[in-house]
Write a protein that binds this ligand. Structure first.
Ligand code: NI
Length: 158
C-alpha cells in the first residue's frame, strides 16, 4: 500500500485513452490498493488509473466513505435524467465548476476478481461514475464546465 503522485491538469497522461485490462496481476492488485489509499488520503470520491500515471481502464469510487467500488473496464449501459451541480477533480486542485450529468446511470464493469457486475447509481454516485469513466478516455470535467471554473474557497463563501 502506498500513496501515488496524482497527475495534474497539463500532464499529457491525463489526455490519453486508457487500455482495457485483460487479466489481473499482482501489479494491478497493488495499483488498485494504491489507488484506494491515494483517493482516501486526498479526500477524493473517485480516482482513475490515468490520474496516477497508469493508462489502464481502472477506476475507484467511494462517495459515502465506507463503500468503495473498484471498476475495471467500466462501460455505461444506460443513462437518464439530469443533474446540475458543482464538480471537482483531484487533478484540478483548488478548482470547481458546474457540470450537468445524467442523474441515473447503469454501468457494467469487472470487479477486482475480474468478475462482471452491473451497478445502477443515481445522484452523486452517478456523477462520479460519469466523471471517472471520462478520465479513461482522456477527458477532464473542465471541458464540460458551464460558466467559469472557480476557486473552491470562493464557492464555499457563496
Ligand atoms: Ni477527476
Amino acid at each position: 500500500m502506498a500513496i501515488r503522485k496524482i497527475r495534474e491538469i497539463g500532464d499529457g497522461t491525463l489526455a490519453k485513452v486508457c487500455k482495457e485490462v485483460t487479466e489481473m496481476t499482482p501489479r494491478i492488485e497493488q495499483l488498485i490498493d494504491d489507488m484506494l489509499d491515494t483517493m482516501y488520503e486526498a479526500n477524493g470520491v473517485g480516482l482513475a488509473a490515468s490520474q496516477v500515471g497508469i493508462l489502464k481502464r481502472i477506476v475507484v469510487i467511494d462517495t459515502t466513505g465506507d463503500e468503495p467500488y473498484v471498476m475495471i473496464n467500466p462501460r455505461l449501459l444506460e443513462t437518464s435524467g439530469e443533474q446540475t451541480g458543482y464538480e471537482a477533480c483531484l487533478s484540478v486542485p483548488g478548482k470547481t465548476g458546474v457540470v450537468t450529468r445524467p442523474n441515473y446511470v447503469k454501468v457494467r464493469a469487472l470487479d477486482r476478481d475480474m468478475k462482471p457486475f452491473e451497478l445502477e447509481a443515481t445522484e452523486l454516485l452517478a456523477r462520479a461514475i460519469c466523471h471517472e469513466v471520462e478520465h479513461l478516455d482522456g477527458h477532464l470535467y473542465v471541458e464540460r464546465v458551464e460558466g467559469d471554473l472557480k476557486n473552491v474557497e470562493d464557492v464555499e463563501e457563496e
